[in-house]
Ligand binder design. Structure first.
Ligand code: NAD
Length: 260
């Protein structure tokens, strides 16, 4: 069990990372939450985790595109819980545009959030994990870390980059009891996916059902979305002793997408 272990889960005010934070808390971990959102909703989430699972949960408002603020996020775990044992990267955003029209500031923002933030959190967390002789780093990549789709240049580049960072860190930390892995989901039903539907309906003149069947789940052979709880269950498994020899891996959970 993760009883008393401190886990930092950036981007956990919503979606996949929130489900991961809750599954860790359910197993006894103390969690550092982070992400944007309405302060009252965030406080409800934080206190809900404490009361439901009997653990401690704190919240950091750090903007993960700002390296200085990321230092503060890891420091909050060290100050509050004495260390950091588990790190889950990374919050991510998407932007869809042909390369020649891709706004430069969107490119910079996606690379900063989806790729660079994972480097900055790792850099700050590794000394503490080495001192403990134990650590688990889980990077939420994507099927787009293995294959590409048109018009998602920044996202696909960042996700491929996360895999390279994961492999490098896994090798550097292999003899320290620290594993570093990627989970690569296909389409998961979250606000990130839901928010892409109206634009795609408009752009392609399709109904919501058509967007889901013919666009979103086109590449996913099972024709079903991955659930956030399935991703969280895999993240929890990667934290167990049974998973101590899984490191540097990029584990697909994509309904067969990348088997094609
Ligand atoms: P989401 O939109 O539900 O959550 C994103 C989180 O990131 C939110 O908590 C948001 O507040 C936070 N965030 C955004 N910008 C931030 C910033 N600058 N600083 C701090 N926090 C910030 O997204 P999700 O679907 O749960 O995605 C989580 C991760 O999983 C992402 O890396 C995404 O690329 C990846 N992923 C998602 C899917 C999917 O289908 N949803 C598939 C594969 C991979």
């Amino acid at each position: 069990s993760l009883q008393g272990k401190p886990a930092v889960v950036p981007g956990s005010t919503s979606g996949i990372e929130l489900a991961i934070a809750k599954s860790f808390a359910k197993d006894g971990a103390n969690v550092v939450l982070n992400g944007f959102g309405n302060p009252e909703d965030i406080e409800r989430t934080r206190s809900g985790i404490e009361s439901e699972f009997g653990v401690k949960a704190v919240y950091s408002p750090a903007d993960l595109t700002k390296p200085d603020e990321i230092g503060g996020l890891i420091a909050l775990s060290v100050e509050t819980f004495g260390s950091i044992d588990i790190l889950v990267n990374n919050a991510g955003i998407q932007y869809v545009s042909p390369i020649e029209d891709f706004p430069v500031e969107k490119w910079d923002q996606i690379i900063a959030l989806n790729l660079c933030s994972a480097f900055h959190t790792l850099r700050a967390a590794v000394p503490h994990m080495k001192a403990n002789g134990w650590g688990r780093v889980i990077n939420t990549a994507s099927a787009h870390s293995m294959v590409a789709s048109p018009y998602k240049s920044a996202y696909v580049a960042a996700k491929h980059g996360v895999v390279g960072l994961t492999k490098t860190a896994a090798l550097e930390l292999a003899t320290h009891g620290i594993t570093v892995n990627c989970i690569s989901p296909g389409y998961v039903w979250t606000p990130l996916v839901e928010s892409q539907i109206p634009d795609t309906m408009k752009a392609r003149g399709l109904t919501k059902e058509q967007v889901i069947e013919e666009v979103l789940l086109k590449a996913q052979p099972t024709k079903e979305f991955v659930t956030i709880d399935q991703v969280a269950a895999l993240a929890l498994f990667l934290c167990t002793d049974s998973a101590s020899q899984i490191t540097g891996a990029n584990i697909a959970m994509d309904g067969g997408w990348t088997a094609q």
